[in-house]
Design a binder for this molecule. Structure first.
Ligand SMILES: Cc1cc2nc3c(=O)[nH]c(=O)nc-3n(C[C@H](O)[C@H](O)[C@H](O)COP(=O)(O)OP(=O)(O)OC[C@H]3O[C@@H](n4cnc5c(N)ncnc54)[C@H](O)[C@@H]3O)c2cc1C
Length: 507
C-alpha cells in the first residue's frame, strides 16, 4: 500500500471541504483533499446548488464587504433591507421546531458574515440574488426572506473558484480517491489514541494518507438507497436524488466505526418537489432546474384529485424543504402543481426548461382529462370547493404574506389564494427530490467529532452535511452552504492547530 504524508487530510471536495482545506492551509498545514468523483463531477452537492448563502447583514455597508462590486446604481435601485442575528436565530429555531443545537446555531449565526468576508478575501465572488429573492415594487427591487447573496456562477462557480484558490495555495486535490476508513492506530510519534489519517482507494490502488488530523466533509447519506430506507423510512428508496451520487454516508460510517457519536434528526432530510421524470441522481447539465418552487402561487393536487397541504403556509424559503416529503407520502408519490393565467407570470424560470412534465388546457374539464393519474371527477369537485372558499376581500400581494386565504377549507391555503378560473391553465407533475440527510455526527463548536462518551476524538473534525444537530424537520434556504463554510473554516483551523508539533516539526 502506498503511503503519503500530510498535516491535514480533508475528505470531500464540496464547499465545506474546500473551506476547511483553505483554513488549514492558512494555518500553515500541508493539506490534501480527497475527492471520490472524477474532476468533471467534483464538488458534491455544492456544485448542484444555485449558490445561495444565508448570512447576517446590518445593511448595505455589510453587503459591500462581501460584494465590493455593487454599483451605485444597484444600491440606489435596491432595498436590501437587513438580516439581523436575531432574525437568523428565529428562523433556525422556528423552522427546526426548537430542536437545533443552540451552540452550533450560535456559532453559525455569529460567524456567518465574517465567514463570507473571509471567502471574499480568499477570492470567491458574490452577487445579489435579484432573480429569485427580490421583487420589483414601484421601480425598486426589494429583497425578502433573508436570502440576499449568491456565489457568482452559482454552485459550479463556487466550487471551481474555491478549487482554483486551493490549488493556488498549494493544496493537493486527489480526484477519484474514495476514503474507505480512518487510520487510528498509534504509530511513530503518537502515544495516545488519535486519528492519524485515512485509507483510500485510488483507481485500483489502496493509499494511506497519513496526517496529524483529518477533516470529514464528505456529505450525508442521501445517495445511499439502503440507508435512506433504513433511516428516513419506508418509501424513501423511491425518492429521486437532487445532487451527487457520491454522498453515500461514507464519512459518517467511518467515524461511527471508531466510536463517534451520532447526532441530530436521523429520520429527517431536506426534500423538495422535483420533476416527476427526473433521473435517479442529479444531472449537472440541468442543475437544480428540476426543482419546482412556485407552488405558493397555485395549488397542488394528488392522484385522488385532492389538495393535501397548505401551499401558502409561509414564504417558499420556509416550506420548500419539507414539502418533498409531503409529496412522497401521496398515493404513487406524485402531485400536480396548478396555475391559472392570473399567476403564470410569477412562475419561476425552472418551469420553462424542456425537461418538464407539463400539460396545458383552456378549460378545467380539459385539464382534468390531461392530469395523468388523477381522479378527474374528484379534481373538478375539489376545484369548485376551493374556488368558493377563497376570501377575495383581501388583496393579493406576492411580496408579503398577504393573508388572502381560504375560509372553512381543509387543508387551508393561508396566503396568496386565488380562484383557479382564468385560462389557460397549466400543470406540472412533481415527485420528491431528496437534497440531503439531516442526521450525522456529533460535533462541538470547534468542529471536533465527539465520541459516545461525548469526548472529542483527537485528530478528527467534521463539517457540512455530515454534521448532525443543526437541522430538524425543515431548514431555512441558503443555510447548507453557509453552515458548510462556517464549520468548514472552523474545522480546517482546528485541525491545523491540532497537528502534533512532533509531526509538523518533522516536515
Ligand atoms: C440541487 C441542490 C440545490 C441546492 N441549493 C442550495 C443553495 O442554493 N444554498 C444552500 O445553502 N444549499 C443548497 N443545497 C444544499 C447544499 O448543496 C449542501 O448543504 C452543501 O452543498 C453541502 O456541502 P458539503 O460540502 O457538506 O457536501 P457536498 O457539497 O455534497 O460535498 C461532499 C463531497 O464529498 C465527496 N465524497 C463523498 N464520499 C466520499 C468519499 N468516501 N471519499 C472522498 N470523497 C467523498 C463528494 O464527492 C463531494 O465532493 C442544494 C443542494 C442541492 C442538491
Amino acid at each position: 500500500m502506498a503511503v503519503m504524508d500530510f498535516d491535514v487530510v480533508v475528505v470531500g471536495a464540496g464547499n465545506a471541504a474546500l473551506c476547511a482545506a483553505l483554513a488549514a492551509r492558512e494555518n500553515h498545514a500541508k493539506v490534501a483533499v480527497l475527492e471520490r468523483a472524477p474532476e468533471e463531477q467534483d464538488g458534491g452537492n455544492s456544485r448542484f446548488t444555485a449558490g445561495a448563502f444565508r448570512c447576517v447583514y446590518a445593511g448595505v455597508d455589510d453587503l459591500k464587504k462581501i460584494m465590493p462590486d455593487l454599483s451605485a446604481e444597484e444600491i440606489a435601485n435596491t432595498d436590501f433591507g437587513t438580516y439581523t442575528e436575531d432574525q437568523f436565530f428565529d428562523d433556525m429555531f422556528r423552522v427546526t421546531q426548537y430542536r437545533a443545537d443552540p451552540d452550533l446555531v450560535e456559532h453559525l449565526v455569529r460567524s456567518s458574515l465574517a465567514t463570507m468576508v473571509w471567502m471574499r478575501e480568499k477570492g470567491v465572488r458574490f452577487v445579489p440574488i435579484y432573480g429569485r429573492q427580490a421583487f420589483k415594487i414601484a421601480g425598486k427591487f426589494k429583497f425578502w426572506g433573508g436570502l440576499t447573496v449568491e456565489s457568482w456562477g452559482g454552485g459550479p462557480g463556487l466550487v471551481d473558484s474555491l478549487k482554483s484558490i486551493c490549488r493556488r495555495n498549494g493544496i493537493e486535490i486527489f480526484h477519484q480517491t474514495r476514503a474507505l476508513s480512518l487510520v487510528f492506530e498509534d504509530f511513530l510519534v503518537f502515544e495516545d489514541f488519535a486519528v492519524h489519517g485515512v485509507r483510500a482507494r485510488r483507481g485500483n490502488d489502496l493509499v494511506e494518507f497519513r496526517a496529524g488530523a483529518v477533516v470529514l466533509a464528505c456529505g450525508g447519506f442521501e445517495s445511499n438507497t439502503e440507508w435512506r430506507t433504513r433511516y428516513l423510512g419506508q418509501g424513501w428508496e423511491l425518492a429521486k436524488v437532487r445532487g451527487t451520487w457520491c454522498n453515500t454516508g461514507d464519512g459518517i460510517r467511518m467515524a461511527l466505526d471508531i466510536g463517534a457519536s451520532p447526532a441530530g434528526h436521523w429520520s429527517g432530510c431536506h426534500a423538495v418537489q422535483w420533476e416527476r421524470n427526473a433521473p435517479e441522481f442529479g444531472d449537472l447539465k440541468v442543475g437544480d432546474q428540476f426543482q419546482k418552487h412556485s407552488y405558493p402561487w397555485g395549488i397542488m393536487v394528488n392522484a385522488l384529485g385532492q389538495r393535501f397541504v397548505d401551499e401558502g403556509a409561509d414564504f417558499r424559503n420556509y416550506t420548500y424543504a419539507k414539502y418533498g416529503r409531503v409529496v412522497l407520502e401521496q398515493p404513487q408519490q406524485f402531485a400536480w402543481q396548478l396555475f391559472d393565467a392570473k399567476v403564470s407570470h410569477l412562475v419561476r424560470d425552472e418551469y420553462r426548461i424542456k425537461q418538464v412534465t407539463k400539460v396545458k388546457a383552456d378549460t378545467l374539464e380539459q385539464l382534468a382529462e390531461k392530469l395523468e393519474g388523477v381522479d378527474a371527477a374528484g379534481f373538478l369537485e375539489m376545484i369548485k370547493r376551493y374556488n368558493a372558499a377563497v376570501d377575495q376581500s383581501v388583496p393579493f400581494n406576492p411580496n408579503i404574506k398577504d393573508g388572502r386565504g381560504t375560509r372553512g377549507l381543509t387543508p387551508p391555503k393561508s396566503n396568496w389564494a386565488n380562484p383557479i378560473d382564468t385560462p389557460p391553465f397549466e400543470a406540472y407533475q412533481v415527485t420528491c427530490g431528496v437534497t440531503f440527510s439531516f442526521g450525522g455526527l456529533r460535533t462541538d463548536t470547534r468542529a471536533q467529532v465527539l465520541d459516545t462518551d461525548l469526548k472529542a476524538i483527537p485528530g478528527l473534525f467534521a463539517a457540512g452535511e455530515l454534521v448532525g444537530g443543526l437541522f430538524y424537520f425543515n431548514y431555512p434556504g441558503g443555510t447548507g452552504l453557509m453552515s458548510g463554510a462556517v464549520f468548514g473554516r472552523t474545522a480546517g483551523t482546528s485541525a491545523a492547530r491540532a497537528v502534533p508539533r512532533t509531526l509538523a516539526a518533522a516536515k
